[in-house]
Ligand binder design. Structure first.
Ligand SMILES: Cc1cc2nc3c(=O)[nH]c(=O)nc-3n(C[C@H](O)[C@H](O)[C@H](O)COP(=O)(O)O)c2cc1C
Length: 333
């Protein structure tokens, strides 16, 4: 299949394995690449000295040995509150990462540096205003993050944001993210004008994901009504499974936390503190046997019924995509 995404990233199938904090790992990325998609991870998954360099070296070796068109990429949180941003960008540029996804801030520096060696930069966007800023800076694509997505979901449905972006920026590929877990979802987004899709939650229920069996089982057993938004992890609303622990700690920041987040003098450091302590809570949550569970997941849990190897997930989605195209063709006969 040829779309603007497969062309931009030289991949076989228009799908990105979305970057997921504490979930994405080398084994998942290698499987993604070997099966013709673009597989990504957040650089924040590798916070210890030399870890990021080592995984990038391994991924570059795996990519060089591919017999199909697949690739990998990194996600950089470009917000000022990410203390590792500059260090991680430098490492990624040195290792010539082929593809970047930026989130939560200005992608200016990433675009400038990535373009020095021909790498592509796609920016997470949830509205047209931020998309305009990214377009002005020369981004190569948008990841349109819609309602119900895992992580920091957008406020708008994909049925609106995808065609709106496509119409306003006809030369920039739009990738749909949020709630896609099967081939029908992929085809629906292609019909809306997306150049491809980015899939996160489906891959949490993969045998390769580094999270606990309890978390994977919860992805399989949860329904869309079990997903709630909480500000308790990063300060920005984030989708999680409504576990007893999530209910216990509540979903909103307190008035004091809000005050400190908005005060000009305290906001940078307070937000940094919120994010670091949120990351620690998540880190505990993904370990087996932990009862203080904050399990990040999107509404596509409704569509996920099994834990499978990444290859099987991708193969099935490809098959379902062919099937969905055939069904559409039947309708127009
Ligand atoms: C567990 C989890 C962790 C995530 N971590 C990140 C992250 O570190 N950086 C980021 O840009 N997006 C993150 N996301 C969002 C995904 O990259 C992607 O936009 C989203 O999963 C797509 O929606 P879906 O989960 O409905 O497929 C995360 C999503 C999940 C489910």
């Amino acid at each position: 299949m040829q779309t603007k995404l497969t062309q931009a990233l030289s991949i076989d199938f228009p799908m990105i394995m979305a970057p997921m904090f504490l979930v994405s790992n080398e084994a998942m990325l290698v499987e993604g690449m070997k099966n013709g998609i673009a597989a990504t991870f957040p650089t924040l998954n590798y916070r210890n000295e030399n870890e990021l360099e080592q995984i990038l070296d391994k991924l570059n070796v795996s990519k060089a040995g591919l017999t199909v068109r697949g690739t990998y990429g990194v996600n950089l949180i470009v917000q000022k509150t990410n203390p590792l941003y500059e260090k991680h960008l430098k490492i990624c540029v040195d290792k010539k990462v082929p593809f970047y996804i930026t989130s939560l801030g200005s992608p200016k520096e990433v675009i400038a540096q990535a373009h020095t060696y021909g790498a592509k930069v796609f920016c997470d966007v949830t509205n047209l205003e931020h998309a305009q800023k990214c377009a002005d800076l020369g981004c190569d694509g948008f990841i349109a993050v819609g309602q119900g997505a895992g992580g920091h979901a957008g406020p708008n449905p994909l049925q609106i944001i995808v065609p709106a972006l496509q119409k306003k920026f006809p030369n920039i590929p739009v990738i749909a993210a949020g709630g896609i877990a099967d081939g029908a979802g992929i085809v629906s987004m292609l019909v809306l004008g997306a150049a491809g899709v980015s899939v996160g939650t489906r891959f949490i229920a993969s045998t390769e994901a580094t999270v606990s069996q309890d978390y994977k089982n919860a992805i399989v057993s949860s329904k869309m009504t079990d997903i709630v938004l909480t500000e308790k992890i990063s300060g920005t609303p984030c989708t999680i499974i409504n576990t007893p622990f999530a209910k216990k700690i509540g979903y909103k920041q307190s008035w004091l936390e809000r005050l400190l987040s908005n005060n000009a003098r305290t906001k940078k450091y307070f937000k940094m503190w919120v994010q670091i302590s949120g990351m620690k809570k998540l880190e505990q949550s993904v370990k087996q046997g932990n009862y203080q569970t904050l399990w990040c997941a999107g509404q596509s849990v409704e569509l996920i019924n099994d834990i499978l190897p990444c290859k099987a997930i991708i193969d099935r989605m490809k098959k379902e995509t062919d099937e969905a195209f055939r069904q559409i063709a039947e309708l127009s006969k």
